[in-house]
Design a protein around this ligand. Structure first.
Ligand SMILES: *Cc1c(COP(=O)(O)O)cnc(C)c1O
Length: 425
């Protein structure tokens, strides 16, 4: 792609951008002077769609006016509320509608998936993950190993970047899977790494895991709503993701879960059960001998009746994704982050380097800037100038221009601010 470092070029890109209209569908945090901040933290907490309020108020009104009858007579009856997400969720992650369900939160879903899909034997009992991994994933996996009486020192395999490198090579990931072979029970990887912004080759990792007889599961916290996914066609066994990062559904939003149909339809798979995973027609048999009769779909992993007030924002937010379409969003995202990479290249080097892969197919929208000299001070300086991004110990500043509400002009302004501070160094 051809880019120019001028403000006029950034303005032209915004004028030509057919998705620019979505920006005004969000509440933009403002500085004390009233100007919107440059919000590049959508990888951490996405902004609030304006439609969220009406969505939540609708449910509050149904509750106020209908009480328990809201379950069947609400504008969107609560009894089947989770079903409204099937099509949108399927489009979001490249699944069939039977393979997806919105429930719980990410780490909880990760545990539920491991209950069903990490069933170690004495020979095959290892889990492989990426390094660095998000702490919650490490805690979840380690605790599952303990539950099975396994020692993480033997059973947890982390694939690390080579000495001096920041990124994992696909080759190294695949050869480690090969090396573990029959000892490997589960490969649990990110889709896009939270720290480096590297996108992993989900299809190749899944194929390699299956070749050695292991299960392939993915944590898509930083991939869902960010990159294009085809979980069904890639044959992924299971995946989990959250909705408060790129999916703009608010702090602690209800999460998503994908279970490939070859497992989702298997009603005999062990799982932690609750009434909401049961066939809705027989779920109310309130007697002692009631046999769990799971839905033959991802719905069969639900446990409790869902938090409707927390699902309403997810719905308002996914409507925007349906309207814009992931392919168009991703096309803009590649160009927007490509522009950021281009502008960073124009800055004097020394104080920082970009660790995120340059090629669009190896990254999402996030760019991780590793700062060699006084990283925290640089981060504070950016913040002081109205740039909202985040800092990850020990020395990485993560910036994520998102295609739904960020503009090329913001990327350009960010580069101007950064230039002032790296020049001054
Ligand atoms: C954000 C994130 C989580 C968060 O887990 P919650 O259960 O939603 O609190 C977990 N894993 C990864 C990789 C993340 O990026």
């Amino acid at each position: 792609m051809n880019y120019e470092p001028t403000e006029a070029f950034a303005r032209e890109c915004d004028e030509a951008d057919t998705l620019a209209i979505f920006r005004e569908r969000f509440h933009l945090p403002r500085r004390v002077n009233g100007d919107p901040v440059i919000y590049f933290a959508g990888n951490s907490l996405g902004l609030q769609p304006k439609a969220v309020r009406a969505g939540v108020e609708q449910e509050l009104a149904d509750w106020a006016n209908l009480g328990v009858d809201g379950h069947f007579r609400g504008a969107t009856p609560w009894y089947s509320y989770h079903e409204v997400f099937r099509e949108s969720a399927a489009r979001l992650v490249g699944a069939s509608p039977r393979e997806v369900v919105m429930m719980n939160t990410l780490t909880v879903n990760l545990h539920l998936m491991m209950v069903s899909f990490f069933r170690p034997s004495s020979e095959r009992n290892r889990v492989m993950m990426e390094y660095p991994a998000f702490p919650s994933d490490t805690y979840a996996i380690t605790s599952q190993l303990h539950v099975h009486g396994l020692d993480p020192k033997d059973a947890l395999i982390a694939v690390r970047p080579r000495d001096g490198a920041h990124l994992l090579s696909t080759e190294d990931i695949l050869s480690e899977i090969e090396r573990q072979s029959g000892r490997l029970a589960l490969v649990l990887f990110g889709g896009v790494n939270y720290y480096t912004g590297q996108a992993y080759d989900i299809r190749a990792i899944t194929e390699a895991a299956h070749r050695v007889g292991a299960v392939a599961g993915f944590d898509l916290a930083h991939a869902a709503g960010n990159v294009l996914l085809s979980l069904h066609d890639w044959n992924v066994d299971f995946a989990v993701w959250c909705h408060y990062k790129y999916l703009n559904s608010g702090p602690g939003a209800v999460a998503g879960c994908f279970i490939h149909e070859r497992h989702a339809e298997n009603r005999n798979l062990p799982r932690f059960a609750g009434w909401w995973g049961n066939d809705p027609d027989t779920r109310f048999r309130m007697h002692l001998q009631a046999e769990f009769d799971p839905r033959a779909s991802a719905d069969g992993w639900q446990i409790s009746n869902p938090p409707i007030l927390s699902l309403a924002p997810v719905r308002a937010s996914l409507d925007l994704f349906d309207e814009a379409g992931m392919p168009a969003l991703r096309a803009k995202s590649e160009r927007l982050t490509g522009y950021l990479m281009f502008l960073l290249d124009e800055l004097p080097r020394g104080r920082f380097e970009v660790v995120t892969p340059r090629e669009a197919n190896r990254r999402g929208c996030q760019v991780s800037i590793l700062v060699h000299d006084r990283p925290r001070a640089l981060f504070d300086a950016l913040h002081g100038e109205g740039v909202v991004c985040d800092f990850r110990e020990p020395n990485v500043i993560r910036v994520a221009p998102v295609p739904l509400y960020n503009s090329f002009h913001e990327v350009w302004r960010f580069a101007q601010v950064l230039r002032r501070h790296v020049d001054a160094a």
